[in-house]
Design a protein around this ligand. Sequence first.
Ligand code: MLT
Length: 268
Amino acid sequence: MTAAAPLSVRPLGAIAPEEGTGPPLVLLHAFPLDSRMWAPVTDQLARLAPGLAVVLVDAPGFGASQVRAGGLDVAATGVLDALGELRVRRAVVAGLSMGGYLAMALAERAPHLVAGIGLLNTKSSADGAEARERRLRMASTAERGEDPAVGAMADALVGETTRRDRPAVLAHVRALLAQAPAPGIVWAQRAMAARPDRTSALASLGGSVAALVLHGGEDSLMSDADAELMAQALGTDVLTLSDVGHLSALEDPVGVAHALLELHRRSR
Ligand code: MLT
């Protein structure tokens, strides 16, 4: 086992740091999905901002990334190493839910790298005892080779508008959940259970970087108060997309792409 996980990164577009199109946009995915979840957003970005460099990262155990020992801090080091190999010195880092936890770990570890931070459908607080227990139970179930029942999460991950009006999105989410890999589930649930409160890490970034805090008006997993706390720490306002739930990037890729582009513009 190595200390820093070598993570799979997929650059879209030429990475040309500090030239032309500005710092690359690094996108970190939600649990228990992988970097493919960003495809609807990157399609929009390619249309709206051709030439923008985007880097997609798979968390340990997901997509093309191997599981390695350690939690979100080790994963953050893995992202930093991968960006180093791409010669990226500054980046706009955006994560959705678990991706947000990873973005905050990365910003705490390497604030000099962060030109802008995007926190979508996530929170800076740590888990309470009950939530931690639930995560550890799911990790043990998956580790024993039993069904961790992530498929049952689909209805909670999207909002009521998506459940009613966007059947193709819900079907896509179900298909992605059906492919969730057991090693990734084990890694992620233990990593998320162990994560500390990072509100003060955000406060120490506050003012010095451009920030986006995006909340889904129908998100049943993250509250208005969670979003407000992060926004206050970062000195920004919450952007609420009213008819989306937790998976904003899949439910409203156009709205998310516009929000990320605006963050990127402010980061330059
Ligand atoms: C996610 O979407 O990444 C998860 O809901 C995060 C979590 O379990 O806290």
